[in-house]
Ligand binder design. Structure first.
Ligand SMILES: Cc1cc2nc3c(=O)[nH]c(=O)nc-3n(C[C@H](O)[C@H](O)[C@H](O)COP(=O)(O)OP(=O)(O)OC[C@H]3O[C@@H](n4cnc5c(N)ncnc54)[C@H](O)[C@@H]3O)c2cc1C
Ligand SMILES: NC(=O)c1ccc[n+]([C@@H]2O[C@H](COP(=O)([O-])OP(=O)(O)OC[C@H]3O[C@@H](n4cnc5c(N)ncnc54)[C@H](OP(=O)(O)O)[C@@H]3O)[C@@H](O)[C@H]2O)c1
Ligand SMILES: Cc1cc2nc3c(=O)[nH]c(=O)nc-3n(C[C@H](O)[C@H](O)[C@H](O)COP(=O)(O)O)c2cc1C
Length: 611
């Protein structure tokens, strides 16, 4: 088709230039140019630098250059353990729908990998768990993509948003793996991967803008223009959210452990009255803590700063005193290599520089040390108060599995919090949030909280479905919520609890509640393992093995199996014991037992809430 610019907004000189240029362009050059112009317009519209540039207001005077329509379908797959990636994926879906795309948002678990080849635009939003591992609902898709059956994906355009925590050794590992694998399979990035730390809102919004620009670039060659909007929507279902927490009043704060226990586990009851916040059993509560004021004072002293000096705490220019900022806004108890590097510019210490040259030594140094150690080991601090603030991460919230049911305790939320106290490098150390709750929080005080919905840890929809719950220590929390809920529902399904802790006498958390539920038949079975009451340790998995025949029968009847609590050891050991039981009682090979368990996971009958 011969292109001629006529009746255009261009002057004669521009029209002549275009009429000379256009006939010389190849098809791919035309596609590139169209996309280039649309993308720059879209970015301008998104950032608000220019008004309403994308949607054409008059019929184009240049004949359409591309016959081919690039798909408006976008698939967003998320892998999420505690709900962050899922929330971002769902928000991205809503934003893209608002821009005129046909969007499908799904958990990786619910996506049929055979459909991968049919996709044109794929967005992956995924977190990392364990030690560089995919979240549970990303496991099978991750395995498929990294296996031999993964298809070639030359027609796929994709982008990855990865969530993580830079204090972990394998930061955003899963996102990195997906990104690399999709490239190896022939996919083309429509926007570069963005790796987000715990403070993910801003980088996630920037990633989405890049994605929209990338999609619009190709889309502009199609028949329909992409509608601009001025902001990336961050929709929430209530006024209060992670970014706008509700100050919940403490109604009760008691120690569940008896005198003489090695442990301290706080039972916290908070009021949600007036918040409009709702949750379901299996959800978690996010809590924004404050740093220990004694530690803050010692740090300010070591830095030789004036505690009342005002510092800016965010890009919006909000300011407060150094003391307030270090108490409420910034993390001072975790060191990372990146932080040491930034601090090094102001500490100007050769030993620190030497340390930074050796990764192994850095790993060893940061383990169990905090900012106070860093400044006292390598000080003096040669920067300003603002310099110090500028190198710190925002103080992240802590999640707690909700231990109550809203139907049983209206407008309340209960938590079960294990106090984290230990000694390292000659100093007593306190967990920031758990020790705030244990030592400084009184009834009548308030805590900033939000609900973290977790679709990956839910009671079966059918109340008749049997459930098996394994929750040693604070892992008991969500199961109190489950059973409260089932009691309220009058659910008929059988339920079986495995609980363990150190000593029967001092550490049987919520003992009378469990015994009453057992007596009333709300709980069908309970097996307990008190690890330090006998010469040889007994753990919940020993109890599972002792009852392996019956446990397998429950699974065969369709029971859902839940694990909550320690991720590092317990959850792995219980997982392996479960495989042993399936193998033995089901007369299966290890491979078949693994398939059995992964099918259970696929059917949402194997769920974990581990930390
Ligand atoms: C989905 C989810 C649900 C959770 N539910 C619960 C719950 O119901 N109850 C509960 O108590 N917790 C729960 N947690 C854990 C909780 O979020 C916090 O991580 C925990 O309370 C510790 O926070 P903190 O601020 O007190 O400690 P932090 O200040 O965060 O310190 C904890 C860190 O201290 C270090 N540390 C701890 N012990 C030692 C030691 N002995 N030696 C050296 N270093 C050590 C480790 O690096 C550890 O990560 C949950 C976590 C998640 C992700
Ligand atoms: N990531 C974090 O920041 C963070 C913070 C707080 C707690 N946690 C984790 O959360 C867990 C819960 O803490 P908690 O104090 O409530 O309980 P816990 O320490 O898990 O202890 C509960 C019971 O589990 C037993 N246990 C230990 N190892 C086990 C294993 N491999 N398999 C099965 N049972 C095992 C313990 O026995 P013994 O103690 O006698 O061995 C105890 O009887 C902690 O283990 C901790 O790792 C993590
Ligand atoms: C038990 C546990 C292990 C984690 N392991 C890692 C890790 O190895 N690497 C990393 O970058 N982030 C790690 N994280 C941080 C999470 O990726 C981060 O909190 C993320 O925002 C969670 O997103 P999700 O809610 O979608 O799962 C871990 C978090 C938890 C609770």
């Amino acid at each position: 088709m011969q292109l001629q610019v006529m009746n255009s907004p261009f002057n004669q000189e521009q029209a002549d230039l275009l009429n000379r240029l256009l006939p010389t362009l190849t098809e791919s050059q035309k596609v590139w140019l169209t996309g280039y112009l649309a993308a720059s317009q879209s970015i301008a519209a998104t950032t608000g630098t220019e008004q309403q540039l994308v949607a054409p207001t008059a019929a184009p005077s240049v004949a359409p250059v591309v016959e081919q329509t690039i798909s408006k379908e976008v698939t967003i797959l998320y892998g999420s353990q505690t709900g962050n990636a899922q929330g971002l994926a769902e928000n991205a879906g809503k934003t893209l729908e608002g821009r005129g795309f046909d969007v499908t948002v799904a958990s990786m678990n619910d996506f049929k990998p055979n459909n991968l080849k049919k996709l044109h635009n794929l967005l992956i939003v995924v977190s990392t768990h364990g030690e560089g591992d995919p979240p549970d609902n990303a496991l099978s898709f991750h395995e498929f993509l990294h296996g031999r059956r993964a298809p070639k994906l030359e027609n796929l355009r994709y982008s990855v948003l990865s969530l993580g925590d830079s204090s972990y050794e394998f930061f955003c590992q899963t996102g990195k793996e997906f990104d690399q694998k999709l490239e190896e399979l022939g996919g083309t990035r429509l926007n570069d991967r963005v790796d987000c730390d715990l403070d993910f809102d801003e980088p996630a919004a920037e990633w989405l803008e890049g994605v929209i620009a990338g999609l619009s670039q190709a889309q502009a060659g199609g028949t329909e223009a992409v509608l601009p909007t001025t902001a990336v929507a961050q929709e929430t279902d209530t006024v209060y959210s992670r970014t706008n927490p509700f100050r919940a009043e403490v109604l009760e704060n008691i120690n569940l452990n008896g005198r003489g226990s090695n442990k301290e586990t706080r039972h916290l009851e908070l009021s949600l009255e007036g918040s409009g916040l709702t949750f379901e059993p299996g959800d978690s509560l996010g809590v924004y803590p404050e740093n220990d004021p004694t530690l803050v004072d010692r740090l300010i002293n070591e830095l030789n700063l004036n505690p009342t000096e005002e510092v800016q705490i965010n890009k919006q220019g909000e300011s407060r005193s150094v003391k307030e900022a270090l108490t409420t806004n910034f993390e001072i108890t975790v060191l990372t290599k990146a932080l040491l590097e930034k601090a090094s510019a102001f500490l100007k210490n050769n030993d620190l520089k030497e340390l930074l040259a050796n990764d192994e030594k850095v790993k060893e140094y940061i383990d169990g040390r905090d900012m106070l150690d860093l400044v006292s080991d390598f000080g003096p601090w040669n920067g300003s108060a603002q310099d110090f603030i500028s190198i710190l991460r925002k103080l992240p919230s802590r999640l707690y599995s909700i231990a109550s049911s809203l139907s049983a305790n209206e407008e309340e939320v209960h938590l079960t919090i294990g106090a984290v106290r230990y000694e390292a490098h000659g100093r007593e150390r306190n967990g920031v949030c758990s020790i705030l709750c244990a030592d400084r929080l009184q009834p009548g005080d308030t805590l900033p909280v939000y609900i973290q919905h977790n679709q990956n840890f839910k009671l079966p929809e059918n109340p008749d479905t049997p459930i098996i719950m394994v929750g040693p220590g604070t892992g008991i929390a969500p199961f109190r919520s489950f059973i409260q809920e089932r009691e309220e529902q009058g659910a008929e399904g059988k339920s079986w609890l495995f609980f363990g802790d150190q000593h029967f006498v001092t550490d049987f958390l919520y003992q009378t509640e469990w015994q009453n539920w057992l007596k009333d038949g709300v709980l069908t079975r309970m097996d307990v393992a008190f690890s330090r009451d006998t010469d040889e340790k007994v753990y919940v998995q020993n109890r599972m093995l002792e009852n392996s025949k019956e446990l397998f029968e429950w699974l065969q009847e369709g029971a859902a199996f839940y694990i909550c609590g320690d991720e590092k050891k317990m959850a792995h050991d219980v997982h392996n014991t479960l495989l042993d039981i399936i193998e033995k009682e089901g007369g299966m090979s290890r491979e078949d037992a693994e398939k059995y368990l992964s099918d259970m996971q696929q059917q949402k009958r194997y769920q974990r809430d581990v930390y």
